[in-house]
Design a protein around this ligand. Structure first.
Ligand SMILES: CC(C)(COP(=O)(O)OP(=O)(O)OC[C@H]1O[C@@H](n2cnc3c(N)ncnc32)[C@H](O)[C@@H]1OP(=O)(O)O)[C@@H](O)C(=O)NCCC(=O)NCCS
Length: 169
């Protein structure tokens, strides 16, 4: 299975914020953004694996900045690391300024997807080769995040999370 770069999975989704997608103070509803990110990330994971992919976990979401009604929102998703059947997808969310066109970073999120076969069993994915400094940073940290996610899900004993434990030693 040929290794792939993060760039090969890059997925950009741009869309408007409409009134039906906002909360009572006219900002994008958090669940709507989660769903948009899930779609963008699943396309990135599919591009990397060329398999059916399912969302295994939402590892991190930071709603740092609200997204007002009428905003143009862009989600950029790329696979940050591939393991055996799972892939971490890292997303950056941008809002475009109406007058200047400048893009302001609004949010970040990290989701994990698993490639599965027709019967839903996990199946192997290609390795990921990080190229840029940021891709290398995200690649390095991905194993710690995977271990944290597995520990929190009760699927790994804290004692076995060696990469994660090393952070505190
Ligand atoms: C995700 C799913 C396929 C994992 O199945 P499983 O029986 O736990 O399989 P495994 O234990 O072999 O794990 C498969 C991979 O998922 C990873 N994984 C499972 N749970 C995880 C979690 N909470 N966080 C991070 N990775 C996770 C495992 O580490 C493993 O990765 P690897 O093969 O790269 O090492 C299964 O739980 C599933 O189908 N869940 C439902 C998915 C879904 O419907 N999503 C939409 C929700 S509405």
């Amino acid at each position: 299975m040929e290794a792939k770069t993060a760039f090969q999975s890059k997925t950009i989704v741009t869309d408007l914020v409409l009134p039906s997608e906002t909360n009572p103070i006219n900002n994008l509803f958090g669940g709507e953004l989660l769903a948009r990110m899930d779609r963008a990330a699943s396309i990135a994971a599919r591009r990397h694996s060329r398999r059916i992919v399912v969302t295994a976990s939402v590892n991190h979401v930071a709603f740092n900045r609200s997204v007002p009604l009428g905003s143009v929102v862009t989600i950029e998703a790329k696979v940050s690391r591939a393991f055996t059947s799972s892939m971490e997808v890292y997303m950056d969310v941008w809002i475009e300024d109406r007058e200047s066109g400048e893009c302001i970073k609004a949010n970040e999120a990290i989701y994990t997807f698993v490639a599965v076969n027709e019967t839903g069993r996990p199946t192997k994915v290609p390795e990921l080769i990080p190229e840029t400094e940021l891709e290398k940073e995200r690649f390095e940290a991905a194993l710690r995040r995977k271990q944290l996610s597995l520990v929190l899900a009760g699927k790994m004993k804290p004692d076995d999370a060696t990469e994660l434990k090393a952070l505190f030693e």
